[in-house]
Design a protein around this ligand. Sequence first.
Ligand SMILES: Cc1cc2nc3c(=O)[nH]c(=O)nc-3n(C[C@H](O)[C@H](O)[C@H](O)COP(=O)(O)OP(=O)(O)OC[C@H]3O[C@@H](n4cnc5c(N)ncnc54)[C@H](O)[C@@H]3O)c2cc1C
Length: 406
Amino acid sequence: MHTIKNQFDVVILGAGAAGLMCAITAAKRGKSVLVLEKSNKAGKKILMSGGGRCNFTNLYVAAEHFLSNNPHFCKSALKTYTPADFISMVEAHGIEYEEKKHQQLFCINSSKDILYMLLSECSDLGVELRTGVDVQNVMKHAQNPSDQGFKILIDGVSDSIVCKSLVIATGALSIPTLGGSGYGYELATEFHMPLISRQASLVPFMFSDEIKDLCEQLSGLSTPVAISSNQKTFEESMLFTHRGLSGPAILQISNYWNPGDDICINLLPDVNAQEALLEEKVNKSTATLKKYLNTFLPKALVLQLEILWWVEHKDHALCEISNAELNTIGAQLNHWLLKPSSTEGYRTAEVTLGGVDTNALNSKTMEAKDNPGLFFVGEVVDVTGHLGGYNFQWAWSSGYSAGLFA
Ligand SMILES: Cc1cc2nc3c(=O)[nH]c(=O)nc-3n(C[C@H](O)[C@H](O)[C@H](O)COP(=O)(O)OP(=O)(O)OC[C@H]3O[C@@H](n4cnc5c(N)ncnc54)[C@H](O)[C@@H]3O)c2cc1C
């Protein structure tokens, strides 16, 4: 008779980036490892990532690329397992990759390469993966309160699973259809661990004022900008969509934006627009403002800006417009203040800010300080990366660190 094994050294909840890396690392140490995945297949976010090409790491990774209540927490794990370590694994599997701008590394063929690499390592090392599993309950399973051990109850399965170490790698709230879940936070709360409040991030902005219509008119248009909020600035491209603003610049700044905050968009990051307009006036330019600005910005955008900022001068030559008005328009071009009404939320957010408070975790091992044998890795932890491969690097590094001790 075939009996289902129900005792393991390590059980990992979640077969995403962090969980699979943790499984590989623990199995390499000779541990018996079981990964329990709620979804019908492993690594759905890996498959969807980087537009299907998985931006799996970045050549330059430092603590400055991460947000957390404790900005130092991520340092130890990032040093223990570096981008170079992950690249060696990718190369050992013969996966072709390329460097894109900002030192971002992407697969040349498909994100599938990364997922298959992780799954084949797991399988070679004897890691057991069970998908479509609904974890009902997790409790301590030990003789004495100080002993290490956990019991896991699965919906529809009579025998519970017992393990010495339990790793929570259930990810975060973003994109429920790709496995986004709050289960890790629920478990942390059950184990009396503090949480940092959560917020959708790396996410497009929406507007309820006249900017909503402008975005709709310009939907599909992308332009390079410098964008700032809360003393942080990113120079990247910005995309107008039928719902609002998106593109790398917007996603990056969304990490630093709180509801009610303004964002400041510099449409001409390399030009002092006030000086340029006044200089053009001195040169007695007979061009209209629109014609002049068309040399710097996409025509469709300039047309919308004209409606917004200088419609009464639309037929005037630039030299006929007063200095004061040119100064105002120039200032708006370099400091366009907008107030998003909201973000698109978890439906489209790439990540979730906040999570399990790092104060409750050991930064070297990812183990809960007050719950021996309980580990939290990846996005469920209050560590969030910038756009550019940093979130996967955090998943690899934190998963690996826990795998060394679980
Ligand atoms: C569309 C998209 C594109 C992205 N592109 C990139 C990119 O190119 N580069 C980058 O660095 N980052 C990218 N990210 C972010 C990156 O995917 C995440 O930061 C990373 O996947 C987090 O890894 P994780 O293992 O912590 O969580 P996840 O990868 O989300 O894995 C968590 C797993 O746990 C499972 N799970 C949830 N609840 C339970 C439960 N109760 N029991 C069992 N299993 C459960 C989920 O189904 C999932 O499989 C992207 C995110 C999205 C949404």
